[in-house]
Design a protein around this ligand. Structure first.
Ligand SMILES: C[C@@]1(CC(=O)O)c2cc3[nH]c(cc4nc(cc5[nH]c(cc(n2)[C@H]1CCC(=O)O)[C@@](C)(CC(=O)O)[C@@H]5CCC(=O)O)C(CC(=O)O)=C4CCC(=O)O)c(CCC(=O)O)c3CC(=O)O
Ligand SMILES: NC(=O)C1=CN([C@@H]2O[C@H](COP(=O)(O)OP(=O)(O)OC[C@H]3O[C@@H](n4cnc5c(N)ncnc54)[C@H](O)[C@@H]3O)[C@@H](O)[C@H]2O)C=CC1
Length: 220
């Protein structure tokens, strides 16, 4: 499996099953996509901005839903293997991606359905995103690693913003490409800049300018 970041803006995601798992996926995708959840019951507190449609499709009904909604991604999160199988087939027939919540992807690439996608454990800090998958083998491990890495990358979004700005500014100077690279690397490695970004106690920008001066000399 190869990780990709997919932009779901203006796309639809069709979720079958409104239990805890369907609701979690709905919340996740509704941050960006138009999400429709089809389920006979909706007992969770939060489905994000998803549209919840009360229905209990049989396996035969599922492809009609998929043709009508034309989703980019189908999520199969019902406890009914027949419905989830039908959702997977319908997704494949229409060219949509499919995420099965009920079936371990641990079996290995050979046994995974075509067009199948796994939802990773994700950490977001501004434009910085870290996604962790165990290839389906151990979701609990993906969650545990996510919790550990979360504290590691505190401030990364702010660091991305700061160094994004610095990269632009350095392009306008007479520094050579090698010097520019060294300057940006020194900033992202600087414990003082990280500390300034995390605590807001001192000015991160000033600290970064100091690091750049120490690395490649004064203004040019
Ligand atoms: C294949 C995959 C398909 C998919 O859903 O995309 C899948 C499948 C299954 N999960 C199961 C169980 C659990 N899943 C979680 C949690 C998460 N599961 C997520 C993803 C994935 N789960 C995909 C693979 C990801 C990878 O590659 O690692 C996360 C990362 C993302 C998310 O879902 O949002 C989210 C953590 C989010 C976070 O906290 O950051 C917990 C932990 C908990 O709930 O505390 C448990 C209980 C402990 C355990 O079993 O490990 C079962 C057994 C069900 C049963 O026994 O009935 C199956 C089915 C099977 O394995 O057959
Ligand atoms: N991927 C993951 O992280 C996890 C996956 N699972 C798997 O995902 C499945 C769903 O998990 P939960 O939400 O905890 O299950 P759940 O049984 O609590 O909820 C399932 C939902 O599906 C609905 N449903 C039943 N028949 C349906 C149909 N024909 N069409 C549409 N909706 C229907 C039910 O009304 C219920 O709202 C489980 O059966 C399990 O195999 C379970 C735990 C974690």
């Amino acid at each position: 499996m190869i990780p990709l970041y997919h932009d779901f803006t203006d796309e639809s995601v069709l979720v079958f099953g409104g239990g805890p798992v369907g609701a979690r996926k709905a919340r996740r995708f509704a941050a960006e996509a138009n999400v429709i959840v089809v389920s006979p019951r909706f007992e969770e507190d939060d489905y994000g901005d998803a549209e919840c449609v009360r229905a209990e499709p049989t396996p035969d009904d599922v492809s009609d839903w998929v043709s009508r909604v034309e989703p980019a991604l189908v999520v199969a999160a019902t406890p009914d293997g027949g419905v989830n199988d039908a959702a997977e087939r319908a997704a494949q027939e229409t060219g949509a991606l499919v995420n099965r919540a009920d079936e371990s992807a641990a079996a290995g690439d050979g046994d995974r359905a075509a067009r199948s996608a796994v939802v990773p454990a994700t950490i977001e800090d501004g434009d910085v995103r870290v996604a962790i998958s165990t290839g389906g083998a151990s979701p609990a491990l993906a969650k545990y690693l996510r919790e550990r890495i979360e504290s590691e990358i505190d401030g990364a979004g702010a660091m991305a913003e700061l160094t994004g700005q610095l990269r632009q500014e350095l392009r306008e100077t007479d520094y050579t490409p090698d010097e520019r690279r060294a300057a940006v690397r020194a900033v992202v490695q600087s414990p003082k800049v990280w500390k300034a970004l995390r605590t807001g106690e001192s000015k991160a920008r000033q600290e970064a300018d100091r690091v750049i001066r120490n690395t490649v000399g004064g203004e040019r």
